[in-house]
Design a protein around this ligand. Sequence first.
Ligand code: NAD
Length: 433
Amino acid sequence: MKLAVVGTGYVGLVTGVCLAEIGHHVTCIDIDEMKVEKMKKGIVPIYEPGLSELMNKNMAAGRLSFTSSHNEGFAGAEVVYIAVGTPQKDDGSANLTYVEQVAVTIAKTAKNETIVVTKSTVPVGTNDRLQTIINQNKLSPIKIEVVSNPEFLREGSAIYDSFHGNRIIIGANTEEAAQKIAEINKPFGIFIYKTDIRSAEMIKYASNAFLATKISFINEIANICERVGADVEKVAVGMGLDQRIGSAFLKAGIGYGGSCFPKDTKALIQIAGNVEYDFELLKGVVNVNRKQQRILLNKLRGIVGNFEGKKIAVLGLAFKPDTDDLREAPSILITNELINGGAQVYAYDPIAIENAKKTLNSSIIYVEKLEDALEKADAALILTEWSEIKNMEISLFKTMKNPIVLDGRNCFSLVQMQESNVDYHSVGRRVVR
Ligand code: NAD
């Protein structure tokens, strides 16, 4: 089938590439012309494992192309996917400007009957609103129907998730439209759950809010573990053995970040607030996460006093491993506080440094090897569990002025650390010597 995907960010580009891989003819559209020029040359503008190979394979097969012209991209497309950003506004609600702009463009550009599939995460009721916008802006009486198809991929394993996800959610007003989108997705071989549009929109928010709740829950348990002498990793294993709980998302650390959990939790609080419902539990989850991002800073202050003139090694900047995305990463708050406190921050990240330079405080000194960050440092903070960091030689910490390590991602086993002379502090567990 001929398809168009609007927006080539983490979701749009992966969606376009994977739909091409299962045999569809896909045109990806983005208003960022520089990005489009790069993609036309086979260059992937983001870091996502496996994406470059799959993109180039499908371009070579003639199933995948790129354009900055909506007109060109929509020509002949039976289905148009919307995958543009829905960033957070100052009040926590989702900014729908980009999604609405695309709806207007589709209404004014589409020349044949079209199904519009919203992949972007949008508050409940948005797709109905998009349908109204399209109906009001249509230039001809062709049928354009909006369907909700929220995305669940995870950055860092987006390709894998597209082919091995747990479910595909399709929210539609008509069985005909739902069936057409189900047909498109059939080759993925993933269970398809068809529902109404508003429930589909809510499934996305409820799922992210629930996962964020699990993270904040285990982080609170971790904080208590530290005080009562229990080990949160053992607690998580024991809890996870209960199938009603499950072991996923029970990893204690310095809190969640990224482009989804922080904004989607806040947006759901807003969605509830708009119908005069106080989502107290989720407000707690958000507050716990905010507090958790500061935990290493508080511990560091307790150990080294003030930060003035101290060399601090920061290992890992991306919000999680295997991505170059820094959106809402704990590294933003942590490096800012360190620099405001007068520290010299030496930062290492295997992939995210280019994005970090655009996002983080300009005083940060970036190094290509983690050894260079550690040498003569007064303390090291681990913010992302990259495999390079998890598998580093512990002896490298010996090159620090003081081998004080605050590990926000529990990268090392306590046994490993017990045998070293590192003053090691992690989350929810303690080295007993
Ligand atoms: P992104 O910011 O990485 O990419 C958005 C892209 O859309 C940009 O390249 C931008 O240039 C383009 N764009 C904006 N307006 C446009 C227009 N009018 N026409 C064409 N292109 C336009 O966003 P993302 O991270 O891919 O997220 C997209 C949506 O998917 C969001 O709603 C997000 O919440 C949701 N989502 C994201 C993830 C994730 O892991 N990133 C996972 C699931 C769902």
